[in-house]
Design a protein around this ligand. Structure first.
Ligand code: FCB
Length: 467
């Protein structure tokens, strides 16, 4: 076992010890330059991605909560970002003062049929990035944020095609080469994959994201291998096209903590689950070794040639911690991860936990030693003052970490710019800085957005505003 994949065993402190607090008058100033951004993903906001697997998947009853109860406009155009993209860029500058925007390319729009490129779509993405640059907004482009062209899946043979099949490596490679060749002149900051861990487990083990499969752990091996190979090749393609480009992965790094600090078995299991879910992918990029832990206890390992070191920064998506419990019983048959992810999600995450956020930043820094971008962080709440509180608390914690702890965080991307379709949870969760009216695509800036703009403008945050 390498030092990287040895789980760190931590015990939960106090039950109420979730948010850091600061003495009145504390002020934290952000370093300059600092990227102030918001994030989005093509499928969740663009609309009319009719050639994507998600477009088909969400129309199959039962896959997306309340999908058909939302207005047809929303089902078709989502947050109408594809059509309103230029206006949204103007808005993010004028209303929010952002100097960075993270968004993902829609592979299925760019290559609707295998090998056929829609040049007009590629040109549009290039011109949107050019528009951002002119306004002083640095584009951070995600190559893959969970939706694939539907043609990668063979009808009737889904479980042996698409991401299961080695052909995905060349198919994704061709897509990367085509888009990077055009976009490298206007984009120097890239994320290859968004949350490969959530894509892997959500799509192929838990069956809650497209393609919705529930396969045993061992059978996740080819998918994990293909994700790593696709990442490695994309990293090379980007660096060959642009000197000085920065390439990373946006990892969802969720801390798992035992419900009872008196139960060493819960502590041990939390550490193992956290290692498997939150760290395995990132560690592989550093060591060059694929590690797939399985629930049976066996760990599958495989060397991936040329993988080690193919990352220039750590992208951290942080929302919440998870509590892990072993239900009482004669013997341990299952463990429960307690969270609200698959509940109504109207209020998600339920708690504000900045202590775990800071710990994650410190651990990512010491583990990988690279600059960090917080590539996602945000909250859905029916009461906007709660969303605002979440943002302020996390920015305060980040300011504190930058001033007082040894973390090299270079930017923060709030999730999300717009309300959007929260994958299988549909349109009910609302995480946007802008509220979107799904009956006509109109936007209105929330107070959280106004507050974010003030913080960006002043470059500092005062802890008093939280009291
Ligand atoms: C993350 C996803 C993102 C969005 C947020 C709320 O796990 O990367 O697309 O759904 O959660």
């Amino acid at each position: 076992m390498s030092t990287l994949d040895r789980p760190e065993i931590r015990f939960r402190r106090r039950r109420d010890d979730v948010t850091l607090s600061w003495p009145p008058g504390s002020k934290f100033r952000f370093p300059e330059p600092f990227l102030w951004g918001a994030a989005s993903a093509s499928h969740q906001v663009e609309g009319e991605d009719v050639h994507s697997d998600w477009w088909r998947y969400e129309r199959e009853p039962g896959n997306v909560q309340n999908f058909f109860e939302f207005p047809e406009f929303g089902q078709q155009f989502k947050s109408d970002h594809w059509r309103q993209f230029p206006e949204d860029i103007v808005r993010m500058k004028a209303d929010l003062g952002l100097n960075a925007y993270r968004f993902s390319l829609d592979w299925s729009r760019i290559e609707p049929v295998e090998g056929q490129w829609d040049e007009a779509v590629i040109d549009r993405y290039v011109s949107l990035c050019g528009q951002m640059r002119e306004l002083g907004i640095r584009p951070l482009v995600t190559l893959f944020h969970w939706s694939s062209p539907d043609w990668i899946w063979e009808p009737g043979n889904e479980e042996s095609s698409g991401w299961y099949h080695p052909s995905i490596v060349d198919r994704f490679g061709a897509f990367c080469e085509r888009v990077v060749q055009s976009l490298a002149k206007v984009v120097d900051l890239w994320v290859t994959f968004n949350e490969p861990n959530v894509f892997l487990y959500g799509g192929f083990s838990e069956g809650v994201l497209a393609p919705g499969h529930c396969r045993p752990d061992r059978e996740l091996l080819p998918i994990q291998r293909h994700l790593l190979l696709c990442h490695r090749n994309a990293y090379r393609t980007i660096h060959e096209s642009r000197d000085g480009a920065q390439v990373g992965i946006a990892q969802q790094i969720t801390p798992f903590e035992p419900v009872s600090r008196w139960n060493p078995l819960e502590g041990w299991l939390s550490a193992r689950v956290e290692q498997a879910f939150s760290w395995a992918f990132g560690d592989s990029i550093h060591t060059g070794e694929l590690v797939l832990p399985t629930r049976s206890g066996a760990v599958i390992r495989e060397q991936i040639e040329g993988l080690s070191g193919t990352v220039d920064f750590s992208g951290v998506n942080y929302y919440e911690r998870m509590l892990l419990r072993i239900p009482w019983g004669v013997c341990v048959q299952r463990v429960e991860a307690i969270h609200d992810h698959f509940g109504t999600k109207e209020i998600w995450p339920r708690e504000i936990n900045t202590r775990a956020f800071v710990e994650i930043l410190e651990r990512v820094q010491s583990r990988y030693g690279l600059p960090i971008y917080v590539t996602e962080n945000g909250r859905s709440h029916s009461d906007d003052s709660q969303r605002q509180r979440f943002l302020e608390q996390h920015l305060c914690a980040l300011g504190h970490a930058l001033e007082n702890l040894d973390v090299d965080v270079r930017g923060y991307f709030y999730w999300s710019l717009l309300d959007n379709q929260e994958w299988a949870n549909g349109f009910t969760p609302r995480l946007g800085l802008y509220e979107v009216d799904y009956s006509d695509g109109s936007r209105s800036l929330r107070d959280t957005g106004r507050r974010y703009a003030e913080i960006i403008q002043s470059g500092e945050i005062c802890a008093d505003s939280l009291i």
